[in-house]
Write a protein that binds this ligand. Structure first.
Ligand code: PEP
Ligand code: MN
Length: 353
């Protein structure tokens, strides 16, 4: 179903400062972004969720007045603000804000989302839902269902990465498998990427944006600031409007309507065959593992043999290095395989849980 975020030129670009800091900084931002036809919506940080008390928390209602004035000068642009409470939403409606988004701290809290959704009933605002900080796809899709149940038809998801133990050099781990799964479950839901909060670092923003395009995302929400070094929030990750123009110019945007060439069909057949061999091997391995369980039981041996696991893992990692496979990838695969083997042996010895 066409929505605001998919009927406009793709990718749908939302840009603007992390926070509205002053009337001048915001006007300067909007002026520069209004020169870029690819930018459809301005992000307006009006209330800022901060980790520590005493930090800059946004300009609140004063900022909404500045937005209202700028909206008159730029009728072709839409303006979106983050809302965390029904009071925020009420103020956004009072100042005719065009769209709202639910931030990552709010989207992880079903109580807050329900309250917001009650307040959204009867509104016709487009709503963007950022992923919660924890990688629980059900929490994210639950938010989206709640927003849709409130009668909102223009809903989009925004992937902004997850705060994990290991963020792989990003501020928030992109964990691409989660938005890929969201796309599989909800192929019609517009999906945007926020490369700024994933990166945490201006130098990474273009690369993350390109990955999002390669994964068929519908748009980007990028933090831009006329003078990023002076920004009151998220200074390290904001780029200038000129850098955004360069980023967009350099994006490779795949064409969803292009035909699949024969060469690709043939390679896909090879992939299908390899996958089927992998599955066959996994099934064979599981059968051997179940037989092992019987022998361990008969000899009163523990299921987990830590030395054996250590040896296996080291041997596989050494082989992986020789084969040019990523150590991290091979470790993850074998940790999964070993965990499943332990589970199967446990089931074999003691029955299903
Ligand atoms: C933001 O976009 O300003 C923001 C606070 O982001 P997030 O909710 O993704 O942390
Ligand atoms: Mn920010």
């Amino acid at each position: 179903m066409p929505t605001l975020f998919t009927t406009n030129p793709t990718p749908y670009i939302i840009a603007g400062p992390c926070s509205i800091e002053s009337q001048r900084q915001f006007a300067e931002s909007v002026e520069a972004l209004s020169q870029m036809p690819q930018v459809s919506m301005i992000r307006c940080g009006v209330w800022k969720p901060r980790t520590r008390p005493g930090s800059f928390e946004g300009r609140g209602e004063e900022a909404l007045q500045w937005i209202k004035q700028l909206k008159k000068q730029h009728p072709n642009l839409l303006f979106a603000a983050e809302v965390a409470t029904p009071q925020h939403l009420e103020l956004c409606l009072k100042y005719s804000i065009d769209a709202v988004w639910i931030g990552a701290r709010t989207s992880g809290n079903p109580f807050s989302v329900s309250e917001l959704c009650n307040a959204l009933k009867g509104c016709r605002l487009p709503v963007l839902v950022k992923n919660p900080l924890i990688p629980d796809i059900k929490l994210w899709t639950g938010d989206i269902d709640r927003v849709r149940n409130a009668g909102i038809s223009d809903v989009a998801a925004v992937h902004r990465g997850f705060f994990l133990d290991n963020n792989l050099g990003y501020r928030n781990n992109p964990l691409w498998k989660i938005p890929i799964e969201l796309k599989r479950l909800h192929p019609d839901l517009p999906l945007l990427c926020d490369p700024s909060h994933i990166s945490g670092n201006a130098a990474l923003v273009a690369k993350v944006s390109q990955t999002a395009m390669d994964l068929n995302f519908d748009g980007l929400m990028v933090e831009t600031h006329p003078h990023p070094k002076q920004a009151l929030t998220d200074a390290a990750q904001q780029i200038t409007p000129a850098q955004l123009a360069e980023l967009i110019y350099n994006l490779r945007i795949p064409d969803k309507n292009n035909a699949i060439p024969n060469e690709l069909q043939l390679l896909r057949q090879q992939i299908d065959m390899i996958d089927s061999q992998l599955l066959q091997l996994l099934a064979d391995r599981n059968r051997v593992s179940q037989t092992i369980a019987g022998i361990k039981k008969a000899n009163n041996l523990s299921i987990l043999q830590i030395n054996r696991w250590e040896q296996l893992l080291n041997a596989h990692l050494a082989d992986a290095a020789e084969m040019g496979l990523s150590q991290d990838f091979v470790r993850r695969i074998f940790e999964e395989i070993h965990t499943e083997s332990v589970r199967l042996q446990d089931e074999q010895m003691h029955g299903k849980q």
